[in-house]
Design a binder for this molecule. Sequence first.
Ligand SMILES: [Cu+2]
Length: 342
Amino acid sequence: MMRALQKLTKKLAEVQLPAVPRLSRVKMTWLLVGGALVVVAVLTMLSLNHSFPLLQTRGEIANRQRDLLLFATGLAVIVLVPVYVMLFTFAWRYRAGHKKDYKPNWDSHKGYETLWWGVPLAIIVVLAAVTWVTSHSLDPFKPLSSTQKPLQVQVVALQWKWLFIYPEEKIASVGEVAFPVGRPVEFTMTSDAPMNSFWIPQLAGQIYVMSGMSTKLHVSADSVGTYAGLSANISGKGFADMRFNARAMSTTDYDAWVAGVKGSGKKLNQQTYEVLARPGKSATLHYLLEETKLYDRVIMKYMTEHGTTQTAENETKPSEEKASSPVKPTHDMPMMQSEGMH
Ligand SMILES: [Cu+2]
């Protein structure tokens, strides 16, 4: 066995590779410059007519997330740039036929050792500290500091649309969520469908929503505009169309919007909700909220069906007491600890 291996190694060593054609220094330079230009051109063409919502942030939370993203990228560049410079320098310097002094004995050089252990170590320490502090300050459960009372919006992910319930205004909408610019919005969110992820890239990072669980996200927009919202977690056939508009507007426009939604004539109660919740796409819809406990009912539906042994009797007739007891989504409810799960 060993002999066979030795033989094979010897044979491989004797294999004559075809000679690589030598390029002149000038040709090589042109090749490198040309290659770099092609890469830049392709990237530019790809980025034309595209927006980068992650970087075009319009709200406090997203701004801070973008800053962290750029900061971490900057730190990574401190390592990446020298690595790529050295890669090409060494390849050029020690290329075949180029006689340069080969100095292999610097592996215990104190200066170099300090440099390539010290710099990455410093980067990791700084990155860890900054990410830790920022992540905790961006806790989605944490209210934003503002003089204005947060607007309460309950969000229900359906197949394949987003339902927004305004418990204080007694309205609901599908496919769009409006709020006054500058006023914090407290989203309380759940799912009446497979797991989804609520995401308005220009305003805040994504948060998972799951049936039977309630989670939160605090958001505020700093300029008037319509921002794309989506589900960032694949949830079935109609997932690609599961989009909505987050519309930040002036207080006057917002009041007019609320009045318009109220006057739409459609009512949202248990019956109309069940029709709406059927799988399928939906256009933008406006409702007057008739069933004010709808959000709690959506959660309780999963609370009662899971963890308890169902008898035929309470399956057909769900306990009235359970269904109507108000759900207060907090950190402390054992079923609702969604933090740290992802
Ligand atoms: Cu999960």
